[in-house]
Design a protein around this ligand. Structure first.
Ligand SMILES: C[S@@+](CC[C@H](N)C(=O)[O-])C[C@H]1O[C@@H](n2cnc3c(N)ncnc32)[C@H](O)[C@@H]1O
Length: 341
């Protein structure tokens, strides 16, 4: 199975944005405050919005930013363009770096445990590309935007050869056919037209909105922590060599544990987050399988403004394994549309 981003709104992004609508004036931006893959921000730009993207995970924010870039944002002047820079990266000498030592079978010797996220050959190629991209950034040979595009390309090409069942929560015991393919960086699509956007990589409670903005919130709604499920993309984006733990080789992730993943804390946190916005309109995505009962949220918000709950209809559920597919279970997605009084 290929890579999956838990809670991605890819299948319903058009529905969500057509509900939110186009901007009513040139003032105000759409803030995608838990941007994940960035699909909502992308659709918002298509509708004419200026956007602000935010996510506390570095890998999410580079993936989101990459979706908003067009060719003139990423000229790669020293290299002769995006395709040429990928050629340079694809022809590097493979190197025995952190991914090889930690996440390929070479980990038996280096960590005392065999991990099978990548074949040794692929891990060495990923290492070579990752260290070159970070080196170029640190020596200012590429811009922030060019860096974001290259890291997003690295992560998405790495996902293509990862021996996983959808997320990096653990590797598979048996090698999949996909993981045996040769690692190669392949171009991500670029937008035809420029998008107006700003980027932040901070906790959502620190994101500031203005009165004319519309805030879209898509928080985690189950106990699954993104920081542990996507630990390898996070390491590729940050470019460090953390001390990892356990069979899965998780990087330390508790400093990025999300309050919304705890059943006992989610309602209070979400209410506080919505109430603290200066924006007149806040639209929240949530599902019937989340920690919070939406009626409880509506009640908590009602002293502050109008609350409308919209059922987006039943959609095919996020599936991480064959069992879920066989069970054919469904999840109902809702939007909570809050307008401040
Ligand atoms: C349901 S996903 C968003 C999916 C996204 N809308 C999409 O369609 O791809 C939730 C996101 O919230 C981020 N997140 C969780 N807690 C956060 C926090 N306290 N501050 C900022 N981002 C957070 C996670 O890293 C994850 O990317």
């Amino acid at each position: 199975m290929g890579f999956r981003y838990i809670g991605s709104k890819a299948r319903i992004a058009e529905d969500i944005m057509s509900y939110i609508g186009a901007p009513e004036s040139s003032e105000g931006v759409l803030i995608d405050a838990f941007s994940g893959t960035g699909i909502i921000a992308e659709k918002a730009v298509d509708l004419g919005w200026k956007v602000k993207i935010n996510d506390m995970m570095t890998n999410s924010i580079v993936m989101s930013e990459a979706r908003l870039l067009c060719e003139s944002d990423v000229p790669f002047e020293h290299f002769g363009g995006y395709a040429s820079v990928l050629e340079v990266l694809n022809s590097l000498e493979p190197s025995e770096g952190f991914m090889w030592k930690t996440y390929s079978p070479a980990s038996t010797k280096h960590c005392g445990i065999e991990r099978r996220y990548f074949t040794e050959e692929n891990a060495k190629k990923i290492d070579a590309a990752a260290s070159k991209i970070h080196e170029w950034k640190n020596s200012n040979q590429i811009s922030e935007r060019e860096f974001a595009l290259l890291i997003a390309t690295l992560i998405s090409s790495t996902n293509n050869v990862a021996n996983i069942a959808g997320t990096y929560g653990c590797f598979l015991a048996k090698w999949t056919a996909q993981s045996m393919n040769e690692f190669k960086l392949t171009e991500l699509p670029l937008r035809k037209e420029t998008a107006e956007f700003s980027v932040s990589n901070i906790d959502v409670f620190d994101v500031i909105s203005d009165e004319m903005d519309t805030v879209y919130l898509d928080p985690p709604y189950t106990k699954r922590q993104y920081a542990s499920y996507y630990h390898i993309p996070e390491t590729l984006a940050i470019g460090d060599e953390p001390i990892v733990e356990g069979v899965a080789g998780l990087r330390p992730w508790k400093d990025k544990a999300s309050v919304f993943c705890y059943k006992a804390k989610a309602l209070k946190a979400l209410t506080r987050l919505i109430i603290q916005q200066k924006a007149k309109r806040v639209v929240l995505s949530y599902s019937n399988e989340g920690h919070i009962q939406l009626d409880d949220l509506a009640e908590a918000l009602s002293p502050y403004g109008e609350v409308k709950i919209v059922n987006l209809g039943s959609i095919g559920r996020y599936r991480s394994n064959k069992t879920a597919v066989e069970n054919n279970s469904n999840v109902t997605e809702y939007l909570v549309d809050f307008r401040r009084r």
